[in-house]
Design a protein around this ligand. Structure first.
Ligand code: ADP
Ligand code: MG
Length: 503
């Protein structure tokens, strides 16, 4: 593991008209479980399918249909729990959360209120290289997603698409340990990263794969410490919950805007009302959706259609044994084994696909050089074309081939960049391209000497100046490189120029 300094919570402080205020934030993240079938039916979870084409009778709430638990979803929830170093509950149970909504044909959502499958865990949130914050996880429970009502397709009718209905979600609930907007975003980033490493959630926020309800309250300096000491929530302010956020940027904006709204109310002598709010992106404000008084009474009760969920320790142990290397461990290993900076290791491990790609390139090669090429050349070039690593026109083998040619001195780093561009746009085997196009570095000192002699002979005035001002040797080096089409070995050129000029 890396040596991390755990920062004492550094809350964001907002100055109101009268006092300073600190932010307290807790997140409820809904992560779609990466299984092919739904939580209680065999219907597909494929995104973007024809509306209502992935709906089993039980998803549609047809009378007499019974849910059957998908073992794959259970396994991925357990895996997520293990990845967050959380307690796994061998016994959990499903409850019905009753409410009416057109996109919820059963008339209730099956969830786990009283006995979630996963208990307390943690997320180590990276704030800066070497600096981290620990955010406690309270629980993870499994539940069904709802469908989607569509109101903008017809002037007089609304439609409903039940493809999402019954898709498995993990609701991951944090303790109110998050102290500012950036930290909230960093928390979601880290959670997403871990789940993508585990393969338990794709984390595609645009597709609604990962959404967060953001709870925000404000308190006076010192109050949070009292809460931490006692775990007594009465030391904290009343919170509001901002529903369904699916962008890191909007999460941050909404937190700040909501905190300022609460501060203004309190300083005005009013009281914050606990309620559910929506963030209006256009107006940059949060708006009340429903207050606690009009909150649904969900009449939770144990789902009579499902037996309590019991799993065996062996099932958990097997999953534990199959856990992949997680981001923090991988980052530490990259720093240790490849001698790269922690910053570079963070970049390369940010996404599991990047890490896999890099390791293939670095296999049997100079790790630092490989890191440099992947981060600066490849990522830079992909970004220019708005491509992800999985769409890279250059394979790890091809990039590795280029690096091998540089390390062996067959080509210079500069020619390497030209070669990279050729491979990127035209494809092909780097070694063959170098042969065909005559890109090999000139290491032949005889040839380099001849080129240097020629330049010296052609430029007697420059030679005189260089003898007085040795910095001008650089000009000769440049001329030789130009004359050799950039192929001369730069180290040899430097040496020979210096010797010939008598510097
Ligand atoms: P509920 O059951 O009403 O949803 P929870 O106890 O489950 O309430 O809390 C929901 C979320 O709100 C959790 O993420 C928790 O950390 C967060 N939370 C609780 N109290 C506060 C507070 N005072 N300020 C900010 N977030 C809070
Ligand atoms: Mg809750």
């Amino acid at each position: 593991m890396l040596d991390l300094t755990f920062e004492a919570p550094k809350p964001k402080v907002i100055s109101g008209a009268q006092h300073d205020w600190e932010l307290v934030i807790g997140l409820e993240v809904h992560a779609q479980v990466a299984t092919k079938a739904k939580l209680f039916s065999g219907a597909s979870t494929q995104f973007g399918a024809e509306p209502n084409s992935n709906v089993a009778f039980v998803d549609a709430g047809m009378p007499g249909m019974l849910p059957v638990i998908n073992e794959g979803c259970v396994a991925l929830a357990v895996k997520t729990g293990l990845g967050l170093k959380a307690e796994i509950h061998l016994k959990s149970a499903f409850d019905r959360k009753n409410y009416f909504y057109p996109d919820l044909p059963q008339g209730y959502q099956i969830s786990q209120l009283y006995h979630p499958i996963v208990g307390e865990g943690e997320v180590i949130v990276d704030m800066a290289p070497g600096v981290a914050r620990r955010v406690r996880i309270e629980r993870i429970h499994l539940e069904q997603d709802a469908g989607k009502s569509i109101h903008d397709m017809d002037p007089t009718m609304s439609f409903v698409d039940l493809n999402r209905t019954g898709v498995a979600l993990m609701e991951i609930v944090s303790r109110p340990d998050i102290r500012g907007p950036e930290e909230a975003a960093a928390f979601v980033v880290k959670l997403r990263q871990i789940m993508r490493y585990l393969g338990t959630c794709d984390g595609n926020m645009q597709n609604g794969n990962l959404r967060a309800d953001v709870n925000v309250s404000v308190c006076r300096p010192g109050d949070y410490e009292k809460y931490m000491e006692t775990q007594d929530f009465s030391h904290l302010g009343t919170r509001c919950e901002i529903k369904n956020m699916n962008s890191m940027r909007f999460i941050q904006q909404a937190i700040e805007v909501e905190a300022r709204r609460q501060i203004a109310i309190i300083e005005d002598g009013g009281k914050v009302v606990q309620e559910t709010r929506l963030y209006d992106v256009e107006k940059g404000e949060t708006r009340s959706m429903r207050s606690k008084e009009e909150a649904h009474d969900y009449r939770y009760f144990p789902c009579p259609d499902l037996l309590p969920l019991e799993i065996e320790q062996g099932f958990v142990d097997d999953i534990a044994a199959s856990l992949p290397e997680l981001p923090d461990e991988k980052k530490a290993r990259f720093v240790r084994d490849f001698g790269m900076t922690e910053y570079d290791a963070s970049v390369l491990t940010a996404d599991v696909e990047n890490a896999v790609y890099f390791e293939q390139v670095a296999q049997g090669r100079d790790g630092k050089l490989a890191a440099n090429w992947v981060i600066n050349e490849l990522f830079g070039r992909l970004k220019k074309d708005d491509l992800g690593i999985s769409d890279s026109p250059v394979s790890p083998d091809q990039l590795g081939g280029i690096i091998t040619l540089i390390s062996s001195g067959d080509i210079s780093g500069k020619i390497g960049k030209d070669l990279f561009e050729i491979v990127y746009t035209e494809g092909g085997d780097p070694a063959e391209i170098v042969e065909q196009k005559g890109m090999k570095q000139v290491n032949d000192t005889g040839a380099i000497e001849a080129a240097v002699d020629q330049i010296i002979a052609d430029n007697p005035a420059q030679v005189e100046k260089a003898k007085v001002n040795p910095k001008l040797a650089g000009w000769f080096v440049g001329q030789v490189m130009k004359a050799t089409g950039g192929k001369a070995n730069p180290a040899s050129v430097n040496q020979i120029v210096a010797a010939k000029l008598g510097l």
